[in-house]
Design a protein around this ligand. Structure first.
Ligand code: FES
Ligand code: FES
Length: 185
């Protein structure tokens, strides 16, 4: 890592930040250690688990793989920026109602993946939901409750009229997941 630190200006959760950092420092570390935004978690540190997911200019990225130099002048959303003040995002509320979290390590990444999914596909099909969450691993819930949470969020979204997910129920999802090759149970 070069000895020279540089100044990076970027926006996180709507607030402007200026950080003195090594250019190849991981965005994950800058968020957690410099900005004290510890909602973003580290699992594998190798781009495999999605625990460190954040939105970078609206796109879901693994922050453990992003050199901070790449986020100059970018807009980043972490789990701390998903709620609207005291009002939880529909995805967060659904995770609570459907038991989509146990230990919670994967939850920030799952929530951001679902937020990104619903932004791109307000009426996601089951395949779109599966693909949207595919890069995020959970060691606790077995994925069913996470899928149910995303379906619930879609059904209850104030901005989306989600016909396709709204027609699914837990039994439909369970049957489909049992026959999928993604290890859902
Ligand atoms: S910690 Fe970044 S993908 Fe696992
Ligand atoms: S809730 Fe523990 S890893 Fe997903």
């Amino acid at each position: 890592m070069p000895a020279e630190k540089i100044t990076i200006n970027f926006t996180v959760n709507g607030a402007a930040h200026s950080a003195r950092v090594y250019p190849m420092a991981r965005l994950l570390d800058v968020l957690r250690a410099e900005l004290r935004l510890t909602g973003t978690k580290e699992g594998c540190g190798e781009g495999e688990c999605g625990a460190c997911s954040v939105l970078l200019d609206g796109a879901l990225v693994n922050s453990c793989l992003v050199p901070v130099a790449q986020v100059a002048h970018a807009n980043i959303t972490t789990i701390e920026g998903v709620a609207d003040g005291e009002q939880l995002h529909a995805v967060q509320q659904a995770f609570i109602e459907c038991g989509g979290a146990q230990c919670g390590i994967c939850t920030p990444g799952m929530v951001l993946a679902a937020v990104a999914l619903l932004a791109e596909h307000p009426q996601p099909t089951l395949d779109e939901m599966r693909n949207g969450l595919a890069g995020n691993l959970c060691r606790c819930t077995g994925y069913m409750k996470i899928f149910e949470s995303v379906v619930r969020a879609c059904q209850q979204s104030r901005t989306a009229d989600c016909q396709s997910a709204g027609s699914l129920d837990a039994a439909d999802i369970g049957r489909d997941c049992q026959h999928s090759g993604l290890g859902l149970n």
